[in-house]
Structure formats: structure tokens, C-alpha cells
Unconditional design. Structure first.
Length: 287
């Protein structure tokens, strides 16, 4: 059960709220599931074949591979007349982070000790790109904007890697804190995060994958498995994993997560067998 966090886009930038998936999200899910940790590269031809199974054309597949090479996510390896693509260290790190988000974190926090992470930052006005990247990383890590320049996330978030990867250590201050007695934490949660939109994403996932014409019912386990992983990651990418005590009683995350786990288990073995037959992979040799 593997998925991806994001490439060098923002979390949410490459997603459709109706569950549609774009080529780069699909590519990362494919590579994360079948290349991560194996030290192999995959041929462009077999990537194109897999993309065709989910209705994405050859041009989109080749363009996505090229963009990911340019962004430092993939390396090229020529073997004869064929071109193969392997993961860079940066891609491995991002993919492992996404894998952990799906496998280990869960859709929301049942047990919570009342501690929040507060993070404040001050960047020059001209640093628009850095501000955009920082906010995007904060959203992925579960933060929401409490006030201008002050963000908050439930639990103890290790912000060292998050900030360090952007080179912004001297511009950011972070603390662990608890609300003072009498503070309306539930109201703060509702003001900081759009719970209705987050819940709607879970409801949309349930509707799509419980439907009689869901991809899981169309007879192609590999295509269904890849679409399932992409869809689920796009749902949880925008979820800060808030404490259950501050969520509505009918919060749909648990039901949606249970559906994802069940379908992933049903599709996984057959999907992996097809992938072994379809994907042309070769060991990556270092000079």
C-alpha cells in the first residue's frame, strides 16, 4: 500500500475534487508502488502501457516523465534504444513520506494529549516563491492559518526537516503549546480549517468507490489499484488529521479509510501480478 505525497507542486494543486487524477499524480503513485526501495528503473514504454490502462495517452505520459526529470525527481538511463527512468533521492524521500502518511498516520487522531504545534514565520515581501512553498509544506503537514504568519497543527510536528528543506530556518519559530483553560478549541478548529470541505472529500470518495461503476468493478485490478491510491491520497492530502474530540460525531473519515483499506487489500495481489508482467524494469547501476 504505497502512495505519494507530491512532486514539486503544492499539495492539492494536481488534484480534482471529483476524484479525477492527472498524469503526474498517477506517475508518482505508479513509481511509488513499484519502484520505491527496489533500486530499479522502469522503461518509458511500459509506463505508457500502464497509463493507457487508465485512459491517459502516450503524449501525457512522455511529457510527465520529462517534467519529472527536469524537476529532479527522475533520472534517465538508456539501454540500447530504450529509455528507462529511476527515482532520485529526492523522489524517494517524498514517496516515503507519502507512504507513511497513508500507512501509519491514519485519517484522524483518536488519542491526543492536547498539545499543538505553533509555527510563526516572517519572510520578505519579495520572497513570494518561498512563501508559497512554505505554506504548501505546512498544509501537507497538517497546519492551518491561525493568524497571518502564525500557523497551528495538532500534535507535536517535527518542523526541522520541513523548514530545513526550504532553507528557511532563520525565518521560522516553532513551539509546542496547549490551550489555556476556557479557550474554545472547537471554535478555533472550525475557524482555522474548512471542515465542510474536508468532509465533502471523504463523502465523495465513498460515493465514487461504492458506486456500481467504480473502477474496482471494471475488471482491471492494476488500473483500479492505481486510481484508488491516487484518489485516497488526494483526499487525505487536504486533511490535517484533527483530533476526533473536536470533530463532528458523523465525521466520515473512518468509514472512508475502512473502504480504502478493504479495496486496497482486495485489489493489491492481482494488481501486483499484472504489474510484474507489464512493467519492464532494470537495476540501476551507478557509474
Amino acid at each position: 500500500m504505497t502512495a505519494v505525497q507530491a512532486d514539486q507542486r503544492e499539495p492539492g494543486e494536481d488534484e480534482d475534487e471529483d476524484g479525477g487524477v492527472r498524469p503526474q499524480t498517477l506517475m508518482l503513485n505508479l513509481l511509488g508502488r513499484y519502484l520505491l526501495g527496489r533500486g530499479v528503473a522502469v522503461s518509458a514504454a511500459s509506463v505508457i502501457e500502464v497509463f493507457a490502462r487508465v485512459g491517459v495517452g502516450e503524449h501525457a505520459a512522455r511529457s510527465t516523465l520529462a517534467r519529472m526529470v527536469n524537476r529532479g525527481m527522475l533520472t534517465r538511463h538508456r539501454h540500447g534504444r530504450a529509455m528507462y527512468f529511476g527515482l532520485t533521492e529526492q523522489a524517494e524521500r517524498i514517496l516515503k513520506d507519502g507512504e507513511d502518511r497513508i500507512q501509519n498516520s491514519g485519517a484522524f487522531r483518536q488519542d491526543w494529549d492536547g498539545i499543538w504545534t505553533l509555527l510563526g514565520f516572517s519572510l520578505p515581501e519579495s520572497w513570494q516563491r518561498q512563501r508559497h512553498e512554505l505554506r504548501s509544506q505546512l498544509i501537507w503537514a497538517g497546519f492551518g492559518p491561525l493568524f497571518s504568519g502564525l500557523w497551528i497543527a495538532p500534535g507535536r510536528v517535527d518542523v526541522g526537516d520541513l523548514v530545513g528543506s526550504l532553507g528557511l530556518e532563520s525565518h521560522v519559530k516553532a513551539f509546542y503549546a496547549a490551550a489555556v483553560p476556557g479557550m474554545e478549541v472547537g471554535e478555533m478548529v472550525r475557524e482555522t480549517w474548512d471542515l465542510n470541505t474536508i468532509a465533502a472529500r471523504y463523502h465523495g470518495f465513498l460515493t465514487r468507490w461504492q458506486s456500481p461503476d467504480a473502477p474496482s468493478r471494471r475488471g482491471d485490478p492494476l488500473a483500479a489499484e492505481l486510481l484508488l491510491g491516487c484518489d485516497w491520497l488526494q483526499v487525505i492530502r487536504a486533511d490535517p488529521q484533527l483530533p476526533a474530540v473536536h470533530l463532528p460525531g458523523d465525521w466520515p473519515a473512518a468509514e472512508a479509510e475502512a473502504l480504502f483499506v478493504r479495496l486496497d487489500g482486495e485489489l493489491g495481489q492481482a494488481a501486483d501480478e499484472i504489474a510484474r508482467q507489464v512493467l519492464d524494469v532494470r537495476p540501476v547501476t551507478t557509474p
